[in-house]
Design a binder for this molecule. Sequence first.
Ligand SMILES: [Zn+2]
Length: 491
Amino acid sequence: MHSPKLPAAILLLCLVLPSLCRAAETAAPVFRAGAATSNITPELGGDIIGGFLPFPATHVHDELHARCLVLDDGKTKLALVVCDLLGVHRSLCKEAANLIETATGIPATNILISATHAHSATSAVGDAPRKYGSDVELTNYQHFVARRIADGVQRAANLLRPAEVAFGQVDAPEHVFNRRWFLKEGTVPVTPFGKTTDRVKMNPQAGSPNLLEPAGPTDPGVSFIAVREPNGRMISVYSAYSLHYVGGVGAGHISADYYGMYCEALKRLLRNSENDPPFVALMANGTSGDINNINFKNPRPSQPPYQQMRTVAEDLAAKVHGALTNMEWKTNVPLQAGYREPGIQWRAVEPELLSWARGLEPTPWGVRPTKNDLSTIYAGRIQRLAEAIPGTKAAVQVLRIGDICIATSPCETFAETGLEFKKRSPFPHSFMVELANGYYGYLPTPRHFELGGYETWPGTNYLEPQASVKILDAAIDMATQMATGTKKTSN
Ligand SMILES: [Zn+2]
């Protein structure tokens, strides 16, 4: 058991007044942590929404979860939740946060809820993109997910016990590929809007002789926060890696993709499945808006369902597990949270584009498209985007866990934004988690808006072109405020 450091004067008094010493020991803050999971698997029959053509779920390959970690420094509590979902709408996060605040007293600003971006899941983004708004009515499934998240956090809070924290990072460059490519002149396809303005292509044909070079970097780092009991028994590992879903599931299957498999693999490697309370791993999505698992230059042969995601998951788990043996554990871990809605606007739709969209017969919302006709799909999205309720409430959150700093973005955020946060953050260990506290489409940087391509098309991108700059600036500003006047901590 870690012995609290008492000021010398109190120690002296302790010699003559043992009761005072006991009182001071009780009063010394003890860092605590607890973790739990909630099953959020939907009913069969709902639409799996990863692609342009939704189709009904007919099988559950592996259950979906909300994985929850609660930290408590004796003064401040933080809750970190990762959901096996494509995205979580802001209104769902608000509902969950209200339930959590009522049950546990953890304030909404201290609760980080993110989605992994698993594509083999049904929708928790609800009406988006039927209606572009920050506050929407929740569907039954969204109510259910909010309730299950709140239960998971409450159970994690019930399990709070003395804990130590360590930060780690391992590199896994072999699984991440930038999916936006410059192609040979004249080979970038026409946009769904009939334009030839795109200079890059998302997901070009792997192995194509037209490939020139990727349009951006990758981030190979798996950042992770490990939490254990003072006796060494693991409580939880919160991880983040900048990789889109891997996919390759069976037809109609619900699955948590590599994110869920990583959590199971790490648990197996720790050989503590009999532990009570159980170890809980979490794998958040870092900044993977332009990153996937397809090796475009040297394509892999196709594989049976689930094989590639298992390869990725088990490799990441083995790397993180290997690093756990050499960590610097701390018990003096001050917690802080910051939350801001930095006044980001919806993407403006130019009049010319709107009249193009109005000239087409868009697929109505709620009708399952019968063919992959991008022009009519985007015509509908553009018409709805032009009617967006003005002013988004897109949020940025910063959590400080000792000398570790997590910033969030509510979008599919590009790798270079996450890399820049890691570089500019004043904290020694920093990383970003995307698709957090809301779902606001893709977030290209201003440079990528110039290059065009799928992620920049209105209806794939919902927010103004400066949104990535505003989000990063808000994150750096909050992190800097937390770091200013705070001495580097150690124990
Ligand atoms: Zn995506």
